[in-house]
Write a protein that binds this ligand. Structure first.
Ligand SMILES: Cc1cc2nc3c(=O)[nH]c(=O)nc-3n(C[C@H](O)[C@H](O)[C@H](O)COP(=O)(O)OP(=O)(O)OC[C@H]3O[C@@H](n4cnc5c(N)ncnc54)[C@H](O)[C@@H]3O)c2cc1C
Length: 392
């Protein structure tokens, strides 16, 4: 008898990576995506060397390669003085240490490449405008009802439905994610419009009290990706924070004129309000499990949320292959391998955010420590960047 389909709620980077990893192991998968189209927002994303071999194995990297940019260094600069504080070389020594490169890519190129790979697999069915509303499970399988009333039955359900995951609400029921009080603005501009061209080949992060601004180039270097984050002091004091343009400009008032001037590259039509969650000890219930932001949403300060979702995908597919139709066994083995690593990312990202956003005496100490860093092993990243053993 043919194996029953596995249902995945959510066709973001995590859900599609899981669909592809499962299809490559011969499993039939149906991805139910709430949005009217499978897509991603139009900004950049950083990818650590830990995720490179996985994207290669999934056949995604080959498709994406023409769009990938390899910055030569990760530069931390003091936003208040504009001076360089430390430089992490991303060249030969970095690649030798972590076995693979650090790269940046437009989110649409990453998501689109995974999507193209999924479309090429007969095992995968992709359905848009199918928001999971609820599910039921018994010893035989899972049935999902969508917001439009349509229903699907499958052998198991993977909730890859993001930060506000309804699957998580049913499996864990721990309420909404934690509001961090941090706000992000983004902007993409043609590189020729960039005035300060001192770090064009690098990824540069200007850091200041309660703020930072990241710049790196995308799409063959033709466009500059700009990301500005502020930690709202109003929010910290318990007052409501708009996190609006006025608050962004107020927070950036401490910065050197050439850093403040970079705010001209931003779009102010929307911002991102950052959330994460404290790590949990279980994200599986019977034949249902979680993946990516649904399981372990993180602040973006280590640039690893999507990388973790992609790592989840290959581990999960391997455990399903190993456990046959014992989905609960597979899901428990998967979460056991993923829990501490993803918890470390969540907690380290909080710490790194506080570190780069330091003010007063803490800023002076941080700057001194940064100046003493080894440019070839700057932040003891072996545990993260050396990646996971790739499952057989
Ligand atoms: C400012 C910022 C910068 C970041 N930078 C980086 C970075 O440089 N590197 C990195 O690795 N990560 C980064 N991240 C994190 C990364 O974007 C996320 O961790 C990643 O996108 C999570 O993927 P996901 O598939 O788990 O969730 P999502 O991308 O949120 O996808 C979830 C999908 O589920 C769908 N969905 C929602 N509800 C339902 C439902 N009821 N039924 C069906 N489908 C549903 C959504 O429409 C969506 O398509 C950043 C995040 C932010 C906010």
């Amino acid at each position: 008898m043919a194996q029953r389909e596995i249902l995945i709620a959510g066709g973001g980077i995590g859900g599609l990576a899981a669909a592809l990893a499962l299809a490559l192991r011969g499993r039939r998968v149906r991805v139910l995506e709430k949005a009217a189209e499978f897509g991603e927002i139009g900004y950049g994303i950083q990818m650590g060397p830990n995720v490179y071999p996985i994207l290669e194995r999934l056949g995604v990297f080959e498709r994406m390669a023409p769009h990938v940019v390899y910055p030569d260094a990760l530069v931390l600069a003091d936003g208040i003085t504009g001076d360089e504080l430390s430089r992490i070389n991303l060249g030969a020594k970095f690649r030798a240490r972590f076995r693979h490169p650090y790269f940046v890519v437009h989110r649409r190129d990453l998501h689109g490449s995974i999507l193209d790979c999924c479309k090429a697999r007969p095992e995968i069915t992709l359905e848009a405008s199918k928001g999971l509303a609820r599910f039921l499970q018994d010893a035989q399988g899972v049935s999902v009802t969508c917001e439009d009333g349509s229903a699907y039955a499958g052998a198991a359900l993977i909730g890859a439905d993001g930060l506000w995951s309804p699957t998580r609400a049913a499996v864990i029921g721990d309420g909404p994610p934690r509001l961090a009080g941090h706000y992000v603005y983004r902007g993409l501009v043609p590189t020729e419009q960039i005035i300060d061209r001192s770090h064009l080949d690098s990824m540069v992060i200007y850091i200041g009290h309660n703020l930072h601004l990241v710049q790196y180039r995308l799409r063959g270097g033709t466009v500059m990706n700009n990301v500005a984050t502020i930690e709202s002091t109003r929010f910290k004091r318990g007052a409501p924070s708009p996190g609006d343009r006025a608050e962004l400009e107020e927070t950036f008032a401490q910065c050197a004129p050439r850093v403040r001037d970079m705010l001209r590259y931003f779009s102010f039509d929307r911002n991102w309000v950052l959330h994460d969650r404290d790590p949990v000890t279980n994200w599986t219930q019977g034949r249902v499990t979680l993946l990516g932001d649904a399981a372990h949403p993180t602040l973006q300060y280590l640039a690893q949320g999507a990388c973790m979702a992609i790592e989840d995908a290959v581990v999960l597919a391997a455990e399903i292959a190993r456990h046959g139709d014992d989905f609960n066994g597979a899901f428990l083995a998967y979460q056991q391998q993923r829990m501490n690593r993803t918890a470390r990312v969540v907690l380290s990202a909080r710490f790194f955010g506080a570190y780069i956003h330091a003010g007063g005496g803490a800023r002076l100490l941080r700057n001194e420590l940064l100046a003493k860093r080894d440019p070839n092993n700057p932040w003891e990243a072996d545990w993260l960047y050396r990646g996971i053993p790739l499952p057989e």
